[in-house]
Write a protein that binds this ligand. Sequence first.
Ligand code: ATP
Length: 304
Amino acid sequence: MNPIEVKNLKKSYGKVEAVRGVSFAVAEGEIFGLLGPNGAGKTTTLEILEGLKQPDSGKIKIMGLDIEKNLSEIRSHVGVVLQSTGLLPELTLAELFELFAGFYENVRPVQELAAEFDLIEILERKYSELSGGQRQRFVLALALLHNPKIVILDEPTLGLDPAVRQRFWDIILSLRGRGITVLLTTHYMEEAEIVCDRVAIIDYGKIVAQDRPTKLINSLGVISRVKFMSSKTINLSELEQITGIVSVRRDRYVYDLETEAPEASLRELLAWEKDFAGKIFNLQVETATLEDVFLKLTGHSLRE
Ligand code: ATP
């Protein structure tokens, strides 16, 4: 059984068809991302899954349970982090933990959770006094208070600065290690690439592709390149044997390698260089990204 199953979900707001037949399934322990630009229908999809909005049509099963009939049981299995969380801003984190603990039967010890999310030092601080990164850590900790099997995160790193965002990615990745199934939305393609096991690319309310990020990138024939210069002539057939390399070109001392697996190729190239009599320098990698995939599939950029 997949913890999350969504079939042919549709939702319109008046004339705006926000979600136009979305289907996907998330496997246990998987981190699945809905990647798309603003207004693509990501939040609407999540809000329907959280029981906050009614779909016009479609079938949703969470932990094998039909969302229409079992919403309260489903809520005990799901932790949610919304884009803007309407918490009582004047309460301290300790007070908010206590308040929310009262809603559930089985909760994790607050100290343990606070330690895990690096919140011990700020437990007595008011929610309104937290920085963006602290807020996100706290709301995720709060979402995990009742030991949910599924966590749903809407744009978890929106507006965070790069270092804080990176830290948050580690936290999300650590959830997978504990068997928690994660569904998140993002419009940051690097977030989708780094964090998600699989992504569904969504545009104008429709999923245009879904797979592992690397598979999506490779399937479109968007090839990455490794370029470098060499002090000594290299026999091209040696380079052709490197993992992932699909073609090799040389223009005087500049080598231009096309690769399907840029990371693997690069590692092997550097290992190969150790026994090479010359020196390679000015090494550059141009990798294809999910942004390229999005552009190729939709004809427009993710950031538009
Ligand atoms: P964002 O990241 O900006 O929230 P999104 O991909 O999550 O974007 P949604 O918020 O689901 O997209 O919005 C999808 C479409 O539905 C947009 O065109 C939006 O303007 C519209 N929409 C969303 N909520 C409502 C509403 N309550 N009433 C009318 N239209 C809405």
